[in-house]
Design a protein around this ligand. Structure first.
Ligand SMILES: Cc1cc2nc3c(=O)[nH]c(=O)nc-3n(C[C@H](O)[C@H](O)[C@H](O)COP(=O)(O)O)c2cc1C
Length: 194
């Protein structure tokens, strides 16, 4: 579990980023995963939940990221809020989000996004765009007049951190870096050279 200090600090920085209308996607974070050989890959996903347990995102359970997370449960996240001159780095292990939590979040999505989750075979090779359009039409017809259930392959992960770094830009590259590390018993914080 994250300490109260880390939770409060992240919540404050996220709230300040959300309040800044120059930031189009304040919950966007770079998610890095690695395969069983340790080869890394990165992509942007959106933060959809945060509390002392960790950082939650949702995706396709058959995507490249999902395959890598099955092979290797280590993940890293990186937020960058440019106008605030702030970066937060997170490292830890992923655990699956409960089915109930996935259902609640899926139900809150736009219907078009829900249909898209059924139609897209994320990360797989697509013969041409029409195949996707046809799949969308198929699921629109299938779920016409009904609420769209969560596809079993549409799931969430929680990154349970053991390292969190708060980085605040400083003048002349003399940035301020606070690194929180969990040693098993609790969290310690150190300052890092910029
Ligand atoms: C701003 C932004 C937000 C995104 N949010 C998500 C997301 O929350 N979940 C997701 O699966 N993909 C999201 N994507 C798409 C991913 O970056 C990526 O293309 C996709 O998940 C496939 O990644 P993979 O092939 O490595 O599994 C987002 C992309 C951008 C640019």
């Amino acid at each position: 579990m994250l300490s109260d200090e880390i939770v409060e600090r992240f919540e404050t920085w996220l709230a300040e980023a959300k309040a800044d209308k120059s930031l189009a996607e304040p919950t966007a974070m770079c998610l890095s995963t690695a395969d069983r050989n340790g080869h890394p890959s990165s992509r942007i996903v959106l933060l959809k939940g945060f509390d002392a347990r960790g950082f939650v995102f949702y995706s396709n359970g058959e995507s490249r990221k999902a395959t890598e997370l099955m092979e290797n449960t280590h993940a890293a996240l990186c937020f960058y809020w440019m106008s605030k001159g702030r970066q937060v780095r997170v490292e830890g292990l992923v655990v699956p989000v409960s089915k109930e939590e996935c259902d609640i979040y899926f139900a809150s999505r736009h219907r078009e996004s829900q249909i898209g989750a059924w139609a897209s075979q994320q990360s797989r090779t697509m013969p041409d765009r029409q195949v996707l359009e046809d799949a969308i039409a198929h699921y629109e017809e299938k779920f016409a007049g009904l609420s769209v259930p969560r596809p079993p392959h549409w799931i969430g992960w929680r990154v349970v951190p053991d390292r969190v770094e708060f980085w605040q830009e400083g003048d002349f590259r003399l940035h301020d870096r606070d690194l929180y590390v969990c040693d098993g018993d609790g969290w310690t914080v150190v300052k890092l050279y910029p």
